[in-house]
Write a protein that binds this ligand. Structure first.
Ligand code: KG4
Ligand code: ZN
Length: 340
């Protein structure tokens, strides 16, 4: 039997300070997340300076809790993994510096992880049968990527957003209809009381690029609708606006993804990232995949939004590929997927 590989993972790329202990890539021994949402809520979005300061305050405690809950000592770890990009530079730096210090003090190898690779890998945690190759749609606050997971750590990007990320569109529309931050979960909730066919918002296509996305036109269409209601003195039905917007986003994501699956002939499809916890999106994909006769994978909501367990899972496969980083590892705010 192969030796167990246990990894301590740290994630601080945005507004969650997180640490986890993961065994053999798919067994989460602990998953601690300190969410800063309440702090950023009053500003209507993440304030980078506040995020970095809070990470500094919390990281030590979050990492200690992750080891404690896993009932492990730092010395028992085979590697220390950390998200080094993409994300907010000040926020990333806290996790990277902390992980480097732990690695330096303990002699345990350091592995830097790409945040999107983490999101994709979240699918491995609860789906023990899932293995590459498969197609994955990553939709979060900062990214919308449709890609082929060719092998562990090997990706081919088919398409991405030309402007706003899907989560960003949710957050901006939520703000416009007065729901506050973060918009995704709030739109998800209020949409349950609305009619998704009440208003027809545009489903944008990007010319000559069948897999790319564009959400800024949709956001403008929602703003125009709100303005026109105001000018006519009509009351805005927030639930209808939210549900119709959510359906427009979902339709585009499902259509592009299913097109890729059928064109490229894959039998497995997965979703990842914060927006992947959206209930309408999940049911739409469940239905589309059932109809197409392909297997549909998705992480539980807690593994969709930012967490460190997904970083520990990604790190296991990087570890097995022999990836190790030196103490010159730095935060890379615009790190490209596949770059090392
Ligand atoms: O993956 P994530 O935690 O952070 C990034 O890497 O960006 O994603 C956060 C994004 C936010 O835009 C948030 O509004 C969105 O995910 N989100 C949702 C839901 N839960 C979180 N969007 C739609 N429906 C949800 N239930
Ligand atoms: Zn994320």
């Amino acid at each position: 039997m192969e030796k167990d590989i246990t990894i301590l993972a740290v994630e601080s790329s945005c507004d969650e300070t997180a640490a986890a202990v993961v065994r053999n890539g798919r067994e989460v021994l602990s998953n601690i997340i300190y969410s800063q949402i309440a702090l950023h809520e009053e500003y209507g979005g993440v304030v980078p300076e506040i995020a970095s300061r809070k990470h500094i305050e919390k990281i030590d405690q979050v990492v200690s809790q992750a080891l404690l809950q896993a009932d492990r000592e730092l010395e028992e770890m085979d590697a220390i993994a950390v998200t080094y990009g993409p994300g907010l530079v000040g926020a990333l730096l806290v996790g990277v510096s902390f992980a480097k210090s732990m690695s330096f003090a303990s002699g345990i190898p350091l592995i830097g992880i790409h945040h999107i690779e983490g999101h994709i890998s979240a699918n491995y945690i609860e789906n023990r049968d899932l293995e590459p190759p498969f197609i994955c749609l990553v939709v979060s606050g900062g990214h919308s990527h449709l890609l082929v997971v060719k092998d562990y750590g090997e990706y081919e990007i088919l398409g991405k957003t030309r402007d706003d990320a899907a989560g960003e569109a949710f957050d901006k529309v939520a703000r416009a209809i007065g729901l506050g931050y973060p918009g995704g979960p709030k739109i998800d909730k209020i949409s349950k009381e609305g009619n998704p066919d009440a208003i027809h918002f545009p489903r944008a296509r990007v010319a000559q690029s069948e897999y790319d996305f564009s959400f800024s036109g949709l956001k403008s269409a929602v703003l125009n609708h709100l303005n026109s209601c105001r000018m006519k003195g009509e009351e805005v039905n927030r639930a209808d606006v939210a549900a119709s917007f959510q359906k427009a986003v979902t339709d585009v994501l499902v259509e592009h993804s299913m097109h890729a699956v059928s064109q490229l002939g894959y039998s497995r499809f997965a979703i990842a990232g914060g927006v992947a916890s959206n209930s309408a999106l999940r049911s739409a994909f469940e239905k589309a995949c059932r109809e197409a006769g392909i297997a549909f994978y998705h992480p539980s909501p807690v593994f969709c939004t930012d967490n460190a367990a997904m970083i520990g899972t990604a790190a296991y496969y990087e570890y097995r590929r022999g990836v190790r980083h030196g103490f010159d590892l730095n935060a890379v705010p615009n790190l490209k997927l596949g770059e090392r």
